[in-house]
Design a binder for this molecule. Structure first.
Ligand code: GDP
Length: 440
């Protein structure tokens, strides 16, 4: 995420390294580079200029008071200003209203339907919420099918009316259906166009008027940079929406949309989409995003993602198996599956401070576990439960079956043994022992 921008900002902020104090001259030099980095990331010229002016003022003002080194002080100021620019505090959805109605808007291809599913799934996992998805794209039958596929995938009901070509009527009927069938959140997916056009705007404005949603969300593809900001402005003029959803932040996004959108439309970014899977949704926290942009990682989000995927019952079962020395490859596989659900590997690694930078340029396969899974799938159930049975001829068979080499099979076994050993140690009150081992 934002690799290029992070890299350039890092270089810009390095200018101050070795300088004993902040001066007009070295600040100007640093900020020239910061501004260039922002412009390259497709941040609007005016916003970039105002940003660096504010940073300059603060840097020169705080210089005397601070005990921080110039480089550190500048990083802190840039981080605070970036956070502020992206909205300051995180803003939650308004879920009052029974049911609470959420209207999705945005161009075709921005990720509206995918995000509607992600949001339904996110709310459903909160337990107190029972969402209903409503398909209001009457122009493309495929769009209705797509929402049904998504709904099935996450176990959320989808309301649609294929014979009806009046999106306002469908939206109203959807809300009615939610009321009578006990749904407490209604997410309405609407039709988009390839570009802003009047008919689309009138249609979405009519739906908006008819159902008075608690939340009108504008979905935008972050890859489109400045265009994203202009589209947001056009939609906001008509809908006065409540929040922005930035999708496709997992891609090769330059960052301009994330940084500029709030100050252009004065509406908060509420969520981000970081992949095609239903789990690839995150609440948008400006401060955490600023950390990531500055290459400082985002451990808090990483831990939260792990907690979301954590299954207590499964953890208990695994603990029992470890205690009885019965942890096998099937358990190993289910652990891998849990990690995969946390999201795209490169994205996850980027959340660990320093790792994102170290990995720059490395091509990390999104399905980094593919080979491991293939090898495990080539084992018999008996072998998976009893890895000690894996002798030379069995390993050869597994290698052939999964299309990997014997060395890779051996490596997998070694990793498995190390992991089992480590888990056993952690269980036997051996946390201390493990720390000692790691220090040696
Ligand atoms: P809609 O026309 O606005 O409903 O857009 P869709 O939901 O159909 O999404 C368009 C394409 O973008 C689909 O191929 C989605 O899988 C993909 N997509 C949506 N959100 C994300 C995201 O956060 N990351 C990535 N990489 N792809 C996404």
């Amino acid at each position: 995420m934002f690799d290029n921008l992070s890299d350039k900002l890092d270089k810009a902020l390095h200018v101050l390294k070795g300088h004993g104090q902040i001066t007009e001259i070295n600040v100007a030099e640093t900020l020239k580079e910061v501004r260039r980095a922002l412009l390259d990331a497709d941040v609007n010229f005016k916003i970039a200029k105002e940003f660096t002016n504010r940073v300059k003022e603060k840097a020169l003002g705080q210089n005397v008071l601070s005990s921080l080194k110039p480089g550190q002080l500048m990083v802190k100021i840039v981080k605070d200003e970036l956070t502020e620019l992206m909205g300051g505090d995180a803003e939650e959805l308004d879920l009052t209203g029974s049911p609470s109605v959420i209207l999705m808007s945005g161009l075709q291809g921005s990720g509206k339907t995918t995000f509607s599913g992600k949001l339904a799934n996110f709310l459903k996992n909160k337990k107190t919420r029972k969402p209903l998805l409503v398909a209001c794209d009457v122009y493309r039958p495929a769009a209705i099918d797509q929402l049904h596929v998504v709904g099935e995938q996450i176990g959320v009901e989808v309301f649609s009316d294929r014979g009806n070509n009046d999106p306002v009527a469908i939206a109203k009927a959807g809300v009615q259906h939610a009321k009578s069938d006990g749904f407490n959140v209604v997410i309405i997916d609407t039709a988009g166009r390839l570009a802003v056009d009047e008919q689309m705007m009138t249609e979405i404005a009519n739906i908006h008027k008819a159902i008075t949603p608690q939340e009108t969300l504008f979905v935008v593809d972050s890859m489109t940079g400045q265009d994203a900001v202009n589209t947001a402005k056009a939609f906001n003029d008509v809908l006065n929406f409540d929040g922005v959803i930035l999708t496709k932040l997992d891609g090769d996004t330059r960052g301009g949309a994330a940084i500029s959108i709030k100050s252009v439309v004065n509406k908060p970014i509420k969520f981000i989409g970081t992949g095609e899977k239903m789990e690839a949704i995150d609440v948008f926290y400006p401060a955490r995003m600023a950390d990531r942009i500055l290459g400082m990682g985002d451990v808090v989000s990483l831990v939260e993602r792990a907690q979301e995927q954590f299954d207590e019952e499964q953890a208990r079962q695994i603990q029992k198996k470890i205690a009885k020395n019965r942890f096998g490859f099937d358990d190993f596989l289910s652990q891998i599956q849990q990690i995969k659900k946390m999201g795209n590997m490169k994205d996850l690694m980027g959340m660990i401070p320093g790792v994102g930078k170290a990995m720059k340029g490395l091509d990390i396969d999104d399905d980094a576990f593919k080979h491991i899974e293939a090898m495990i799938h080539s084992m018999t159930p008996d072998e998976r439960a009893n890895p000690s049975k894996l002798n030379a001829s069995r390993k050869k068979r597994i290698a052939a079956g999964s299309g990997r080499s014997i060395q890779e099979v051996n490596q997998l076994l070694k990793q498995f043994q190390q992991m089992s050993k480590m888990m056993k140690m952690m269980q036997g009150g051996g946390g201390k022992k493990m720390m000692q081992m790691m220090q040696n």
